[in-house]
Design a protein around this ligand. Structure first.
Ligand SMILES: [Zn+2]
Ligand SMILES: [Zn+2]
Length: 930
């Protein structure tokens, strides 16, 4: 019998094979749990990537963290549902297909709505799955059977239902409003989709003649073309300069319209001339002032930001062309008083970069206040927790200053608003089904409003619409509220806040299945209307120099290329190991290269194990039996604590077993609080540093049966296999592929479960903690490292075995060393060991510690200068350590507050440091160091 594991570790081949296998076997598909289910449930919604998207580092980080958490829960016996899908991404997708059409010389408007939408669907069918295919390569353990698309019929049905209900509740209204308008996209966009850019602009001062006098009023503007739509001049009521002009009129230059001089707080005496022009159709503040004074709204531009018929002689001009012409004409008429440099922030469309034009148009709005109140409460009361904590306040600040949400978009691709206009009487009807006649006039000609909904409207509903809403389903009873949301800060308001508002509103009164709820650990008081119980906001991935990745800088790292070079496992491990909460990740390929080496180390260790397993004819039947998936018993208990199959007799077995349990405790605790870096680094240090570098070396002799003890060799082999199995399970959530490959090979294709992903996650067994073994092993390691260092300092050839002398401070230490004599001899290349009764620390070629002195007997003269240099550094280090310890002990509040064993430990450490310091000093004296 032999175990199959190829000679070289080649991640690409392994990873593709297992990714396919997991999907083919439907390992992560979660059928709806029946009534009476008592296992805990863990649910996570994938933030749906844009259907037009390509996987970037942000996704990779996000998905790695989600996959770690989901796999960890699944292995701990939770029914774990991770719901994947894609977002139709209204504006992005429409733009993409329009650009494609442009290349063919076609235009959207010429094609017509229906033809265009057919084309988009065609595009979606062909390319829309690309990003999900990339996800498969990452090993994301999602339920592919539940994959959704935000424009699927069932989800679209739910969107219509939500819109109609909100309308019926008076939470949706239609109105003329100033919106951010993108002239390129020809649609309104939300505040969140506008990016502001500081530019060096101009401020122009223009004189308006006062009717019936020779006076002028001077106003300043950065957008002179909008003056064509002015409907008033405002001055402050308290401003003495203009008191005599209140109630008079001015003649609007270029247009020859008379407009009133009004008093309004829009005009601040201390700013500029104290008088301002009022253009209600082209500025949000002026719009409000216009409502206060019942001013006409004169819109002078069309949807392309070209001047329209209201702009008189300027009709047909582009807005910037019109600006030049207006200035030119004002100059000629002597009305342009000044042109000054002026720094201003201009708003641009986040997607196409076109300068935003505030535009008056008819839009649909969600009245947000009633929804926001409950969403604020949900976070304030802790029904939803946000991690890291600082995002909680950011969320609350934003929610407390929230404005009504403009949800209509003048696009074609998206959920069309379920509203119809009567061609006869202009009545607007909002309905679930297309109405056949007007309820007001009875007319039969009704046309659907052309607008579609903001993409985030439908995304905000996903936590319940993906679970069958508006029907009441078993899926909702089980999986709602979802447990956790892991997402990026940039969509906290776009998406997270809206899910909270919609969830609390539409799932009001919902209750999760009581048994599942209890098993999952939720308290009686916890409200079940929330869309998720916890939100974890992950960091940004930056480049190695901590610069934000951007196309213009050319420093974007393509995760697929990194995966190509180093493998998915190493890439995942890098992102996990660097993800300390609250700090951005400076991604560098050298780190990934290092973790590829880690995977390689594990691979070689597995090959070493298999070589011995085959030689000894050992058969592994594992700790897992069928029916124990996730390691959870029917009673909810977890029988898989520690490592059951390991018979710990020797020091190294007791030590590694203790270490494994401590690491398992740390890793579980770290994952509980999303300290991915801590979990990853703990596993790394254990697997490489303790298991591979020490344990494997320590057991080699016994494993080989060199001492003639075949029974011991068998036990050692068994221990190694059980330890390796448990360590693979510990690592699996972070490196799913290599662990699957080795684990399957361990069972020679006869594993009791279909995948390591279904095996139990190691839980610490405190009974297997062994402090004595850890202390003894630390001394042994210290001794071996000391001899290795001394050999290096004395420049002993690697092949030469050297005699050593040891002075042990305590009898127990001496007998422990005697007991592990063979390990010491082999790992430090020692010929013979002699124990002596007095300190050796003063000798050349010796090292003194608090527990032992060791002397390498070797005739070559040591370099006294170099040795003195080393001792001096050593002394400095010791002084520093003693100093800081003393400081702590002299601090009364530390001594009072710290646990007694910590204080005692520190005192003991001080004594030991002082002892080593004495030894170092006397040695320096002996050598005559200056
Ligand atoms: Zn745009
Ligand atoms: Zn009608």
């Amino acid at each position: 019998m032999s175990h199959e594991l190829s000679k070289a570790y080649e991640p690409a081949a392994i990873e593709m094979r297992w990714a396919d296998y997991w999907i083919r076997e439907k390992l992560f598909s979660v059928p709806t749990p029946a009534e009476g289910e008592t296992r805990p449930v863990f649910t996570l919604l994938l933030p749906p990537p844009n259907v037009t998207g390509r996987l970037h580092m942000g996704h990779m980080l996000n998905q790695t963290q989600m996959d770690i958490i989901v796999r960890w829960h699944r292995m701990r016996g939770f029914i774990s549902l991770w719901l994947p899908g894609t977002d139709h991404a209204g504006i992005a997708t429409q733009m993409m297909v329009e650009k494609q059409l442009e290349k063919e010389g076609k235009k959207r408007r010429e094609m017509g709505r229906e033809k265009f939408l057919e084309r988009v669907w065609e595009w979606k069918r062909e390319y829309g799955g690309a990003i999900l295919d990339q996800m498969k390569r990452l090993g994301a353990s999602v339920d592919w059977d539940r994959e959704y698309f935000t424009m699927d019929e069932n989800l679209s049905h739910a969107v219509r239902e939500v819109f109609v209900r909100l309308y019926e509740e008076g939470l949706i209204y239609r109105g003329n409003y100033i919106v951010n308008w993108c002239p390129w996209h020809e649609t309104a966009i939300s505040d969140l989709e506008v990016k502001h850019e500081d530019v060096a602009g101009k401020l122009w001062e223009i004189r308006y003649p006062v009717v019936g006098s020779s006076d002028f009023i001077t106003v300043a503007t950065t957008r002179p073309e909008t003056m064509l739509g002015d409907t008033a001049i405002a001055v402050n009521a308290k401003d003495e300069r203009y008191r005599h002009l209140q109630g008079k009129k001015v003649l609007l230059p270029l247009m020859n319209r008379e407009i009133p001089i009004i008093t309004d707080e829009l005009a601040q005496p201390e700013f500029g001339t104290g008088a301002v022009k009022v253009t209600p159709a082209h500025d949000p503040n002026d719009f409000q002032a216009g409502l206060r004074h019942n001013l006409p709204q004169v819109n002078v531009m069309d949807e392309h930001a070209h001047m329209n018929q209201n702009a008189g002689a300027y009709a047909g001009l582009d807005r910037f062309e019109a600006r030049q012409r207006v200035l030119q004409d004002l100059r000629e008429q002597g009305l342009l008083v000044a042109e000054k440099d002026y720094a201003l922030a201009i708003g641009k469309c986040d997607r196409c970069g076109t300068i935003i034009e505030p535009r008056l148009s008819e839009q649909w709005f969600v009245k947000i206040q009633p929804l926001a109140e409950r969403a604020i409460e949900a976070v304030e009361t802790g029904e939803i927790t946000i991690v890291p904590e600082n995002y909680r306040q950011i969320y609350l600040n934003w929610m407390n200053n929230i404005h009504d949400w403009c949800v209509s978009r003048q696009l074609w691709w998206g959920h069309r608003i379920p509203a119809w206009t009567c061609s006869h009487c202009q009545e607007v009807v909002v309905a679930r089904q297309p109405p056949t006649k007007c309820p007001k006039c009875g007319g039969a000609k009704l046309e659907q409003v052309p607008d579609v909904l903001d993409t985030w409207f439908s995304c905000g509903l996903l936590p319940f619409t993906t679970l069958g809403w508006p029907d009441k389903t078993r899926d909702q009873a089980v999986f709602y509220p979802t447990t956790l949301l892991i997402t990026a800060y940039e969509i906290l308001f776009f998406w997270v806040a809206r899910m909270i508002m919609f969830g609390c509103h539409f799932m009001h009164g919902h209750q999760q299945d009581a048994a599942i709820r209890k098993a999952s650990g939720w308290s009686e008081k916890q409200n079940d209307s929330v869309p998720f119980r916890q939100v974890y906001i992950h960091a940004l991935v930056r480049d190695a120099e901590r610069q934000k990745m951007s196309k213009t800088k050319g420093n974007v790292v393509d995760p697929l290329q990194v995966i190509e070079r180093f493998g998915t496992d190493a890439t995942r491990f890098t992102l996990a190991a660097m993800a300390a909460p609250g700090t951005d990740i400076a991604f560098s390929e050298s780190r990934t290269d290092g973790y590829r080496a880690f995977a390689n180390k594990i691979w070689n260790a597995a090959r070493f194990m298999f070589m011995n397993v085959d030689r000894l004819g050992f058969v592994f039947d594992g700790p897992v039996t069928p029916g124990q998936a996730g390691g959870r018993t029917a009673e909810g208990g977890c029988p898989h604590k520690g490592i059951a199959g390991l018979a710990a007799q020797t020091l190294e077995d007791r030590w590694i077993l203790s270490r494994f349990n401590r690491v398992a405790a740390d890793v579980n605790a770290a994952l509980e609080t999303y300290r991915f870096h801590e979990a990853a680094n703990r596993i790394y240090d254990f697997f490489w540093g303790e298991l591979c570098d020490w344990y494997l070396e320590l057991i080699k002799l016994r494993l080989n049966g060199d001492d003639g003890d075949q029974a011991a060799a068998q036990i050692t082999c068994k221990n190694l296999v059980h330890l390796f199995d448990a360590s693979l399970r510990l690592l699996h959530p972070v490196m799913p592929f290599i662990t699957e490959e080795i684990w399957q090979a361990m069972y020679e294709g006869k594993a009791p479960l279909k995948s390591i992903a279904l095996a139990p996650y190691p839980q610490p067994d405190e009974k297997q903690f062994d402090l004595a073994a850890e202390t003894e092993m630390a001394i042994l390691q210290d001794l071996i490292v000391s001899v290795r260092n001394l050999r290096a300092e004395l420049k002993v050839e690697p092949k030469i075995k050297v005699p050593i002398q040891i002075y042990a401070h305590e009898r127990d230490i001496q007998s422990m060393i005697e007991h592990n004599r063979q390990a010491l001899e082999r790992l430090a290349n020692v010929e013979s060991i002699t124990f002596v009764d007095s300190s050796l620390a003063k000798l050349a070629g010796a090292r003194g510690t608090a527990r032992f002195d060791v002397h390498v007997v070797y005739e070559r003269k040591i370099d006294v200068g170099a040795e003195c240099e080393r001792l001096k550094k050593e002394l400095e280090k010791l002084d520093k350590g003693i100093g800081s310890g003393q400081k702590q002990l002299e601090n009364p509040s530390f001594v009072a507050k710290a646990p007694p064993q910590v204080v005692a430990g520190l005192r003991k450490q001080q004594v030991e440091l002082a002892l080593v310091r004495d030894k170092t000093l006397s040695k320096m004296k002996e050598l005559g160091c200056s």
